[in-house]
Design a binder for this molecule. Structure first.
Ligand code: PXL
Length: 276
């Protein structure tokens, strides 16, 4: 048996169900030891709250990475999510160079935008650096807004399959390998994921829950990572991740006042069933 240790590189939002506080429980449940390299420490995440504090941990990232290198600590997979600035992106590359085993799987969620808007604090320069990093991932998991930004395409929520395939072509052209675009909806009652795996295109649609939440992409990416590391195809992994996201959003609907994250904790047991 090959025991896999993952490193997840993203922020810690002390309150708010996103990033590391989602990745750790989900990946533990999938059975993988998950180390965390925090890039930023926030009081709470940047959407759905009135304000937030942000501490940049760029320097700590380098110190931590140097320690790991010195001690020969390495990882069989890396899952990166919300990265706060271009220095942190450069540090992500340092970790990939210094601490990954040969053939380590690289999964990147280019978490920087949603609903046609960049998250607060990001600009074009940052997007350009994310493009370069995205080309190095084995699996890239953008939502529609991020896929448009990474391909210099004007965002629209009125698109068709030709438009989406065009995004995949452009992402392939900049070097992205396997791509999963989330939140691709061609009808009012359904949404879904487009999977481009080893040159093959597929679309998997599922129920659209009338509730969205920041952090949902992080739940998707965490489950996807766990499923890939268990040896599933990207299509199967995306299907498992979508199923769990639907469960989480249905749960979230029970709490109309809960505005800042997907309520995933009460339904974690369902993930065990989905992962079987
Ligand atoms: O991926 C969602 C996310 C993660 N981390 C931080 C965020 C957000 C979304 O707003 O602000 C800090």
């Amino acid at each position: 048996m090959n025991y896999k240790r993952i490193i997840t590189v993203q922020d810690i939002s002390c309150v708010g169900q996103c990033s590391a506080t989602v990745a750790l429980p989900v990946l533990s449940l999938c059975g993988f030891e998950t180390a965390v390299l925090p890039c930023s420490l926030l009081s709470n995440h940047t959407t759905g709250f009135d304000s937030y504090s942000f501490k940049d941990l760029s320097r700590d990232m380098v110190e931590i990475c140097d320690q790991w290198k010195e001690q020969g600590i390495s990882f069989s997979a890396i899952y990166s999510g919300y990265i706060g600035n271009t220095t942190q992106l450069a540090n992500l590359q340092k970790v990939m160079d210094a601490c990954l085993e040969k053939d380590a799987i690289k999964i990147m969620d280019p978490a920087m935008a949603d609903d046609g808007e960049l998250y607060p604090g990001f600009d074009c320069e940052f997007v350009n650096e994310v493009k370069k990093a995205a080309a190095k991932a084995d699996y890239l998991l953008p939502n529609m807004t991020e896929a448009c930004l990474l391909t210099d395409t004007t965002y629209t929520d009125n698109y068709d399959e030709v438009f989406v395939k065009g995004l995949l072509d452009k992402l392939s052209a900049i070097g992205c390998k396997n791509i999963v675009i989330t939140g691709v909806s061609y009808s009012d009652n359904t949404t879904g994921v487009v999977v481009y795996e080893n040159g093959v295109y597929s679309y998997h649609s599922h129920e659209k829950v009338a509730r969205s939440s920041p952090g949902t992409g992080d739940v998707f990416a965490s489950v996807f990572t766990g499923a890939i590391l268990k040896g599933n195809s990207a299509l199967k992994s995306a299907d498992m991740a979508s199923q769990f996201v639907v469960e989480c959003l249905k749960e979230t609907m029970k709490y109309p006042q809960h505005r800042y994250g997907p309520v995933f904790e009460p339904v974690l047991a369902k993930l065990i069933e989905i992962m079987k």
